[in-house]
Design a protein around this ligand. Structure first.
Ligand SMILES: Cc1cc2nc3c(=O)[nH]c(=O)nc-3n(C[C@H](O)[C@H](O)[C@H](O)COP(=O)(O)OP(=O)(O)OC[C@H]3O[C@@H](n4cnc5c(N)ncnc54)[C@H](O)[C@@H]3O)c2cc1C
Length: 546
């Protein structure tokens, strides 16, 4: 009897990261198996915020609608320090089709991703545990235990494995990837999801800082249902019991409002934390993503979000290599891009811990004296907004980013901005993100503010020259300023996007001269250059695509 065909990709763990990975591989047309040792989804609201860039990613995946419907648009955080209000962080103002983050409990995020996976024709295999992993240069062998079948064991062969098992990752351990960091001592964190009656208006989030406590409340709605997290001195490090309603209420009363009442609590949690980062995210045919590669304090609510970004970054690359559309070296860019990004997040949360949770006396005085002034500064607000929204994540030094200037807008490696366009010939008004939806790369040929016939003809020749070899992997669009019907060259074979009020040209910083923007399937700029850089664009495409 011949051996069964290897599984193309085996994803281990159906948390938010494994589910994102499986959904994306499926969308890119790759055969994927995803296993999860838990019999049923858990009620665990842990990650309560889905940030702006994650919503953009979910829209690229075709999965954002449920999050927009069920998540609460979180408007900002009112800040109080040492008994006084010191200002607020206003989260409005991010330039995105989804400008506000959404609060939604993690188990709902997992449910929505699971439903999306099933819509794509997938199914999570539950009660299946991975026990061991070995690999050679052509396959990985994973030992599985079927918990619902008398613990039957089987060794399966997979061409690729993605370990999304959380912080105790089997894949990471089997690959002997170091996972180092620091455990914070002296502080414990208590959490609940509950309804709160108090004197503050419902709707925004709140943060209260005192000498010994940090209390953070994220609103799930404008009716008073909150995620409540309190950090305080750890009087009994052995205590693992979840806090009680009375304990949480006493904390809210002590720190924020002496008349506060807590009711209808859905969940309690006590934890101590620290940070750890894997030395790399790949070993041969095995990758790790999400908490398997990085864990840290949940300041800013980024952990799950960054994990989902890991999966989103890896999935299209793995799919392109499996489908033989790209060279295997493309896979090296996963660690190269995501490791520094996740390391920066880990460092940022560590600074956050020392600034907010365990602040030095000097920092406390700095906050007392300068806190409201700094918070009131527009530049500070913008920075916080964009950092929390994950809008500044970029891969400028990736080998996938080639930049030759040509505009005042985003450079290679930056997030590709959205904008409204009218697509010809059907004259349909669309967002650029809708135009880019799909699994292909996008080549935007900006004609400039005053397109000349010479420029249009040059762009047309360029389009024809790249469409022939790469047309199935590349969607090519001419972007023209003006209102239809601006005379478009009648031989133009690809989509034309009319940029009526030059908004898209302005967002991409394109002036009078044409500019070429190549966008990756994960909506980051791969290549930027003026018309004279056509040969470099051709060389780039030749290098990336087989
Ligand atoms: C208290 C708390 C609050 C948090 N708050 C936030 C927040 O506000 N925002 C945010 O973004 N993040 C937050 N996080 C972090 C967030 O919960 C994690 O980053 C997220 O769960 C990571 O997802 P994951 O899929 O990588 O791993 P997990 O969610 O840990 O999922 C891993 C899955 O793999 C399965 N598994 C493990 N081993 C095996 C195996 N051998 N075989 C088969 N299956 C296996 C597990 O059963 C599990 O279902 C918080 C975390 C905690 C603990």
């Amino acid at each position: 009897m011949s051996a069964p065909d290897p599984i193309e990709v085996l994803v281990i763990g159906a948390g938010p990261v494994g589910l994102t990975m499986a959904c994306e591989l499926k969308r890119h047309g790759v055969a994927v198996r995803i296993i999860e040792r838990r019999e049923k989804a858990l009620y665990h609201p842990n990650a309560a915020i889905v940030h702006v860039r994650t919503l953009e990613i979910l829209s690229a995946m075709g999965a954002v609608d449920g999050f927009l419907k069920e998540g609460y648009p979180f408007p900002g955080v009112s800040l109080h320090a040492f008994g006084k209000p010191i200002g607020s962080i206003d989260l409005h103002g991010i330039d995105s089709p989804f400008p506000l983050p959404r609060t939604i409990p993690q188990h709902e995020t997992e449910r929505l991703l699971n439903e999306h996976f099933e819509r794509l024709g997938g199914r999570v295999e539950r009660s299946v545990e991975a026990l061991g992993l070995e690999q050679n240069s052509s396959v990985a062998k994973v030992r599985l235990r079927y918990l619902a079948e008398n613990n039957r064991e089987e060794t399966v062969t997979a061409r690729w494995v993605v370990g999304c098992e959380g912080s105790g990752s089997l894949t990471r351990e089997a690959c002997e990837i170091e996972f180092t960091g620091e455990r914070y001592t002296g502080k414990e964190f208590l959490q609940t999801d509950a309804t709160l009656r108090w004197s503050f208006p419902h709707g925004p989030g709140y943060q209260f800082l005192t000498k010994d406590y940090v209390l953070f409340l994220a609103a799930y709605n404008d009716q008073g249902f909150y995620r409540i997290i309190c950090a305080r001195n750890d009087a009994n490090p052995e205590n693992q019991e979840p806090p009680t309603l009375a304990e949480m209420q006493a904390l809210v009363r002590k720190i924020a409002d002496p008349n506060a009442e807590l009711l209808d609590a859905k969940w309690f949690n006590r934890f101590r934390t620290g940070y750890r980062l894997a030395a790399r995210f790949r070993e041969g045919r095995a990758f790790i993503a999400g908490d398997a590669g990085h864990v840290h304090i949940p300041i800013g609510g980024q952990g799950m979000n960054y994990g989902m970004h890991d999966a989103f970054n890896l999935a299209w690359k793995l799919a392109a290599v499996i489908k033989k559309e790209a060279h295997p070296q493309l896979l090296d860019t996963y660690t190269a891009e995501r490791h520094p990004t996740d390391a920066a997040l880990v460092r940022g949360t560590d600074h956050g811990f020392h600034l907010l949770v365990k602040p030095h006396v000097a920092v406390q005085w700095g906050l007392r004296l300068l806190g409201s002034m700094v918070i009131g500064m527009a530049a500070f607000q913008k920075r916080i907004r964009e950092t929390l929204g994950e809008m500044k994540v970029a891969y400028p030094s990736s080998t996938l980013s080639k930049d030759y200037g040509g505009s005042f807008g985003p450079a290679a490696g930056d997030r590709a901005p959205d904008g409204i366009v009218v697509r010809l010939p059907e004259q349909k008004t669309l967002r650029l993100f809708e135009v880019m939806h799909g699994t292909r790369w996008t080549l935007l040929l900006f004609a400039g503010h005053q397109p000349s016939a010479v420029h249009i003809e040059a762009l047309e020749r360029l389009s024809a020259s790249v469409a022939a070899p790469y047309g199935t992997r590349l969607a090519i669009h001419l972007v023209l300023c003006g209102t239809p019907p601006v005379p478009v060259h009648e031989n133009w074979a690809e989509d034309v996007l009319m940029d009526r009020d030059r908004h898209l040209h302005d967002k991409y910083g394109v002036d009078t001269a044409p500019c070429l923007y190549l966008i990756r399937p994960d909506w980051y700029v791969a290549f930027r250059g003026g018309l004279p850089y056509q040969p470099q664009l051709a060389a780039y495409l030749g290098r990336v695509f087989t």
